[in-house]
Design a binder for this molecule. Structure first.
Ligand SMILES: Cc1cc2nc3c(=O)[nH]c(=O)nc-3n(C[C@H](O)[C@H](O)[C@H](O)COP(=O)(O)OP(=O)(O)OC[C@H]3O[C@@H](n4cnc5c(N)ncnc54)[C@H](O)[C@@H]3O)c2cc1C
Length: 450
């Protein structure tokens, strides 16, 4: 059969996945951001993604990839453009040993972290990044910002990604890896989807390990004592997650310790583990809106079990919302003191306080491995101090978050994230223009390009 070039062009523009172009609205998980793309599309093959990127007439610029739309900011907004959802590209393609002898898992971009964790756990492997959020997709967290207090790991997902396959602005499939491409690869991982659409990743894994945890609630007399207490709790263990009730100077602390090899939560830790997991999941789902959490001591578990699924809430339901800021650990006392002062003054004026403040600790790599954005300050330890609330659309929470941005960013020099920090202004973050292709750049991102 002879195919002329015009017919070939038509064939490569054909998209098999679902396409919706009736002007309907799409919202994020928290129902705080909504967008009306001209086209919403769910590719079912890499060829589909290529055809979408190439066909500017049917799929208007900009093309914005999305995963589960969990993000709290306008990063998922794309009015009049093309929203490309990767949820159907979610296969786990298998374990392999890469050219440097590393054990890696090959996985498609739309795979959710819970699915990946369960699959790896069954094979006796794990990725050290095991944040509570199981619905986030691999593609999103490969090029976006994440945080968690990992056991023996940096604490952000993209650090474990050693190669990416992506579709560039011309619709071509490209591969970048740490071994072959060095700087270009590390820059791509800071690109938020502006340099291309990730379709597949190679992620380094290690033998599955167990975690032992002590959970407790501590009360302090002053913000300084609270900061010192958090640092001491961190020193005593291998990784600390703290949720602070700042206006009352309470700290809910989960101290994590390495507990040797293993992929299954031992029966001896049940039912305490499962009770704690379910209570914690509900607290996160509802934005820590009250209720007592169990405080188990000495439970041993597979951290994969604590990567949770969260249901899509309805408008009337309490649901998590948050703001993220990265600080150097040396700033923690000042961050807590000034945040306390601001919070008390806001409470005095309005009666409003956030439901909690999440504190994670992340190990920053050398600058070359994380050239831009959060964790790009060179080797060291970062902490976050992130206000949380249970209703993203509450006007007082929104006012608190906007005013606190000025404290955290201007006064405390904290680094925000375009995915995890809301109400940012131009200048709050700088994304190098060289990372952004016009085909993938929405107005939200345009304002941060330098
Ligand atoms: C209940 C809840 C709990 C959370 N807990 C945590 C936590 O513990 N730790 C943490 O770090 N975060 C947490 N988050 C935030 C969440 O993990 C991030 O926002 C994450 O990026 C969301 O993944 P997603 O698949 O929904 O991405 P989306 O929100 O759909 O997209 C996020 C960004 O990634 C880009 N993107 C998506 N797919 C691709 C792709 N294939 N190629 C290129 N770019 C792409 C999008 O364009 C967008 O800019 C939580 C959020 C919620 C709602």
């Amino acid at each position: 059969m002879n195919i002329n070039s015009e017919e070939l062009e038509i064939m490569t523009q054909f998209v098999h996945g679902l396409c919706i172009n009736d002007g309907r609205e799409f919202s994020n998980w928290g129902l705080s951001r909504s967008t009306h793309p001209a086209v919403y599309v769910e590719p079912i093959s890499y060829a589909d993604v290529q055809a979408i990127v190439r066909n500017t007439a049917q799929f208007p610029t900009p093309v914005r990839p999305i995963g589960s739309m969990l993000s709290v900011t306008e990063t998922v907004s794309n009015d009049g453009g093309t929203l490309l959802c990767t949820r159907k590209l979610d296969a786990i393609l298998g374990l392999e040993v890469d050219g440097c002898g590393r054990q890696v898992v090959r996985v498609q971009a739309g795979c959710r972290l819970k699915k990946l964790n369960v699959w790896l756990q069954q094979q006796g492997w794990e990725i050290p990044f095991q944040a509570e959020i199981g619905e986030a997709t691999v593609g999103s967290v490969t090029v976006g910002d994440t945080k968690e207090s990992s056991l023996d790991g940096p604490g952000y997902f993209s650090s474990h990604v050693v190669a990416v396959l992506y579709i560039n602005e011309y619709g071509n499939l490209r591969i970048l890896s740490d071994q072959q491409d060095g700087a270009a690869f590390y820059e791509f991982k800071c690109s938020f989807g502006l340099s291309g659409i990730v379709v597949e990743c190679l992620i380094e894994v290690r033998p599955a390990s167990l975690c032992r945890a002590n959970v407790a609630l501590y009360a302090y007399q002053s913000p300084q004592a609270l900061a010192e207490g958090i640092l001491q709790l961190r020193e005593q263990c291998d990784a600390l997650l703290a949720v602070v009730i700042l206006h009352q100077l309470f700290c809910f602390a989960e101290q994590r310790y390495q507990a040797g090899a293993g992929n299954m939560t031992p029966d001896s830790s049940q039912p305490h583990c499962e009770q704690y997991r379910l209570a914690k999941r509900l607290a996160i789902q509802h934005g820590f809106d009250g209720g007592d959490l169990p405080r188990p001591q000495g439970i041993v578990f597979s951290r994969s079990d604590f990567v949770n699924e969260y249901w899509r809430p309805v408008e009337t339901e309490n649901r998590l919302d948050f703001q993220y800021y990265e600080h150097d650990i040396g700033m923690l006392e000042r961050v807590i003191s000034e945040s306390y002062r601001f919070t008390k003054s806001f409470e005095h004026d309005t009666g409003f306080v956030p439901t909690g403040w999440a504190t994670y600790f992340v190990h920053r790599p050398e600058k070359e491995r994380k050239p831009f954005g959060i964790y790009s300050g060179g080797s060291g330890i970062s902490c976050s101090f992130d206000p949380l609330y249970s209703n993203p659309n509450d006007p007082l929470w929104q006012r608190f978050a906007k005013e606190y941005n000025r404290v955290a960013i201007d006064q405390l020099r904290g680094n925000p994230s375009p995915i995890q920090t809301q109400w940012l202004q131009p200048g709050d973050i700088c994304i190098p223009r060289k990372l952004a292709r016009e085909r993938f750049t929405t107005p939200y991102y345009e304002q941060f390009l330098m």
